[in-house]
Design a protein around this ligand. Structure first.
Ligand SMILES: Cc1cc2nc3c(=O)[nH]c(=O)nc-3n(C[C@H](O)[C@H](O)[C@H](O)COP(=O)(O)OP(=O)(O)OC[C@H]3O[C@@H](n4cnc5c(N)ncnc54)[C@H](O)[C@@H]3O)c2cc1C
Ligand code: FES
Length: 276
């Protein structure tokens, strides 16, 4: 059992929990994730380690409530316990001095990029962070990212905060200024990552994306998380989740996320009834 020390609601459907996990905090690197089973018999889901505090032996997890398991996790109050937590998992983000790096976060991906931005800045890079969300309430971690980045650019679909438009519009404008960009990292919804790759590909700017296929064991045994990269099958849990975006077969990823929608909806309705 793992204790939730603190819990807060960051936006309408986004929560942050801080949990006691000293061994994970010690070993975790930017880009890695944990697998969580909120209550006995619940499903296992992967969530990114959004931050860690070595002194306190804690990690932060930021999650969007989208279905049965995230709803169950959100029902556990501060002081309550999570049944199982496993990690850190996945290959850490490659951190070194590249030069100018543009890190892009969309939706809940905004919180997921925080440790990567911090790591790249500490390694001596100029880090331009671009974040975007549907509305300003979903723009979590804005101040933290402003402090951690060399520069922060903000977009919202409706223009209520920052530029009206998409993160890819800011990326296009930055490329148009002629500033040399050594690397782009994009984390967020699949369509957002795909568009960012379409923008950078003609300019030959290396672009890494963090893929979010459905995962089951998350230890490389079941094959559920397989993705197609450069024509080869990769297991995102042990060989990712970051891959070269110009090599990713996004259509295949979208198709593999679809088949369980009906079952997921039924499970969500069931959990909502149980929690009433
Ligand atoms: C490596 C990795 C790291 C992740 N980190 C985070 C994180 O830090 N915060 C966060 O909120 N989410 C993160 N996710 C996504 C998260 O795992 C899913 O949202 C979660 O599994 C949904 O479970 P559920 O039972 O609540 O909803 P489900 O019933 O499983 O799904 C509800 C809806 O969400 C969609 N969905 C399910 N799984 C995913 C997925 N992996 N990606 C996109 N859509 C999905 C379904 O198609 C469905 O429409 C991560 C995924 C991966 C693979
Ligand atoms: S989730 Fe089973 S192999 Fe990756």
């Amino acid at each position: 059992m793992v204790k939730i020390l603190k819990k807060e609601r960051l936006a309408e459907n986004i929560s942050r929990i801080i949990v006691a996990a000293p061994h994970i905090a010690k070993a975790a690197k930017p880009g890695q994730f944990i697998v969580i089973i909120p209550t006995e018999n619940a499903e296992r889901i992967p969530l990114t380690i959004a931050d860690k505090d070595l002194e306190k032996g804690t990690i932060s997890i930021i999650f969007q409530i989208v279905g049965a398991t995230t709803k169950l996790l959100d029902s556990i109050p501060a002081g309550g316990e999570i049944a199982h937590l496993l990690g850190p998992l996945g290959v850490p983000s490659h951190i070194e001095k590249f030069g100018t790096v543009v890190v892009i976060g969309g939706g809940v991906g905004i919180a997921e990029i925080y440790p990567v931005v911090k790591g790249l800045k500490e390694a001596g890079n100029k880090v331009v962070t671009i974040i975007g969300a549907r509305c300003k309430e979903m723009l979590v971690y804005q101040e933290e990212l402003r402090i951690a980045s060399s520069e922060l650019k903000v977009t919202t679909d409706n223009g209520a905060c920052g530029r009206k438009g998409f993160v890819s519009d800011e990326l296009k404008d930055m490329i148009a200024t002629g500033e040399k960009i050594d690397l782009v990292i994009a984390v967020g919804p699949v369509p957002m990552m795909r568009v960012c790759c379409d923008v950078t590909k003609p300019h030959g700017i290396k672009t890494m994306v963090s893929l979010n296929p459905i995962m089951l064991d998350a230890t490389g045994m079941c094959g559920v998380c397989r993705v197609s990269v450069g024509g080869q099958t990769k297991f995102a849990c042990v060989e990712g989740p970051e891959f070269d975006g110009h090599q990713v077969d996004f259509a295949d990823l979208v198709a593999r996320l679809k088949p369980y929608k009906d079952v997921e909806k039924k499970a969500f309705d069931h959990v909502c009834r149980l929690l009433k």
